[in-house]
Design a protein around this ligand. Structure first.
Ligand code: DHB
Ligand code: FE
Length: 283
């Protein structure tokens, strides 16, 4: 049986890619953000995962406003990174864990989730930057030490899946991973958020109080978020802050066992975004 070592939820601002390329991690602007990841890397080094299931949202590389799946599961041998318009350097492709992808696809459909299966997919900053933050040596070597299963949640074109639906989807992912007849160690990553709004009258909107309440709820009251509709959530966290739904899916994956918070960090702002980081491990 596969083993889930825990979850890492993190923001994914494109500017992080620029800072990495310019080696600015220790400048005053970036230090409070990058220093948050040191403890995560120590945690990973103790007992490294083999496979990463990464929940994220696509930013126009794979799906545009004409076609928008609610949940899409990658089932490709390899995922290439492509330029999505932010001018950040292209990072190494990631190898897919095709076996786990199909395990997840089969289970999701059995559990009545109408997913889209992608045997070809590109990956953008929402997948590459978390990998680069967790495995800087992989970024430099141009080769990641893990295989991935990328799982995309629509946070781009309303209507979005509800927090309840996202949580339940995460629980289905967990059933698939637990039933995977393989000894490999699996890390779950939730990529996106926290509060930010990039356009419109409220551009620049952030909400530290809500973000921190949300992060706290994930430790011991993960269903707290379900009291909110997505319209209410967008009011609280901004039109792009709704990316926090990826954290809700990741928390659903961790639901099967009690968890404790190993580490967290919160720093405002990076670019236009309030950035959060949280590691949960089985208690
Ligand atoms: C920013 C944040 C994002 O999540 C994103 O996908 C693009 C830009 C930003 O803060 O600039
Ligand atoms: Fe984003």
């Amino acid at each position: 049986m596969a083993e889930i070592i825990g979850s890492v939820c993190t923001s994914h601002v494109p500017a992080i890619g620029g800072a990495l390329a310019r080696n600015q991690q220790q400048t005053p602007y970036w230090k409070p953000f990058f220093d948050g990841y040191v403890k995560v890397r120590e945690w990973l080094a103790k007992d490294p995962p083999d496979v990463v299931v990464i929940i994220h949202n696509d930013h126009g590389l794979n799906f545009f406003l004409d076609k928008m799946p609610t949940f899409a599961v990658g089932a490709a041998e390899v995922y290439h990174n492509a330029d999505e318009g932010w001018g950040i350097p292209t990072l190494a492709p990631a190898r897919g864990c095709v076996d786990l992808s199909w395990q997840i696809v089969e289970k999701a459909v059995e559990d009545e989730f109408d997913i889209t299966t992608c045997q070809e997919a590109l990956i953008d900053h929402a997948v590459e930057l978390p990998l680069a933050l967790l495995w800087p040596e992989g970024r430099r070597a141009g080769k990641w030490p893990v295989e991935i299963v990328p799982i995309c949640v629509n946070t781009v074109l309303a209507p979005y899946p509800s927090p309840r639906r996202c949580y339940h989807f995460g629980q289905s992912l967990r059933r698939a991973i637990d039933a995977w007849d393989d000894e490999r160690r699996v890390l779950v990553i939730g990529s996106g958020g926290l509060s930010h709004q990039l356009d419109g009258e409220r551009a620049g909107h952030m909400n530290k109080g809500f973000d921190q309440r949300f992060m706290k709820s994930l430790v011991d009251d993960p269903k707290w978020i379900m009291q909110y509709s997505n319209d209410e959530l967008v009011k609280q966290v901004g039109t792009q802050g709704i990316e926090l739904l990826s954290w809700v899916v990741a928390r659903g994956v961790m639901d099967a066992t009690p968890v404790r918070e190993y580490h967290s960090n919160y720093h405002v702002p990076i670019s236009n975004t309030a950035t959060g980081l949280q590691v949960l491990e089985p208690a």
